[in-house]
Design a protein around this ligand. Structure first.
Ligand SMILES: [Zn+2]
Length: 237
């Protein structure tokens, strides 16, 4: 178990830049999401008014980060970029999706503790966007998997009330996906076809998902259901 406050010393960790804050006085503060360390704020002071670290402190960058924990603060000392995902910047929709996923992660992932499963999900999502998977499917997949990791994703198979199989579609309520009988007219209807589509979008392994999602898919289904998943984050607080 990695302590919230690291013992004084030097560290080297792979990860990604989730957020960057610039201050003219103190240089940059970065929220780095690293293997074993989870998300942590790191100070990257400017040297004589210049950013010493170049593009390695841009959000969406992945690399190996060299850190120093002083008695008071965690500092960035160097970074070796492994993948900058610059190609995402050629597609506004892919870039926006990546930034939304990053913002969601910085909001929901607890700071200062290990979260390697979520870090791997983040990496996979950016690779999927780089491979030109439709952003709305990548975002739905990431959002549902993040809710699942938090233990609050609505089941796409079973009614949340009676546990029955959702064979004829479902009705999404604040509590979860209900069968026709339990929904009593409440919630947003999700047809059996939509449910089958969503199940594949969240459950297919990474490589298969890339091939499958690049075939023609119903955009509306994802946009609508993504909107319905968002309130789950605040419902459970
Ligand atoms: Zn039911």
């Amino acid at each position: 178990m990695i302590p919230v406050r690291l013992p004084q010393g030097h560290y080297s960790k792979t990860g990604t830049v989730l957020l960057r804050r610039d201050s003219s006085r103190e240089g940059q503060s970065l929220l780095l999401f690293m293997r074993e360390f989870g998300p942590r704020w790191v100070s990257a002071p400017a040297a004589t008014g210049k950013n010493r670290f170049g593009g390695s402190t841009e959000p969406l960058t992945w690399g190996e980060f060299l850190l120093y924990q002083s008695p008071s603060k965690l500092y960035l000392q160097g970074a070796e970029v492994k993948e900058d995902f610059l190609s995402l910047r050629q597609s506004p929709a892919a870039l926006l999706c990546a930034l939304r996923i990053y913002r969601r992660t910085s909001k929901e992932a607890p700071a200062d503790c290990e979260n390697d499963a979520l870090l791997r999900m983040l990496w996979s999502s950016l690779v999927q966007l780089r491979e030109k998977c439709p952003p709305y499917i990548v975002e739905l997949r990431f959002t549902w998997k993040l809710l699942n990791l938090m233990g609050i994703a609505p089941s796409l198979d079973l009614c949340v009330e009676c546990g029955g199989l959702l064979t004829e579609g479902g009705w999404l309520t604040q509590a979860g996906m209900c069968c026709r009988r339990c929904s009593q007219g409440k919630g947003e209807a999700v047809s059996a076809e939509e449910l089958a589509e969503l199940r594949r979008a969240v459950a297919l392994p990474h490589e298969k998902f890339i091939l499958w999602s690049c075939e023609t898919r119903q955009k509306d289904c994802y946009i609508k259901n993504l909107k319905m998943l968002s309130p789950y984050f605040s419902n459970m607080r």
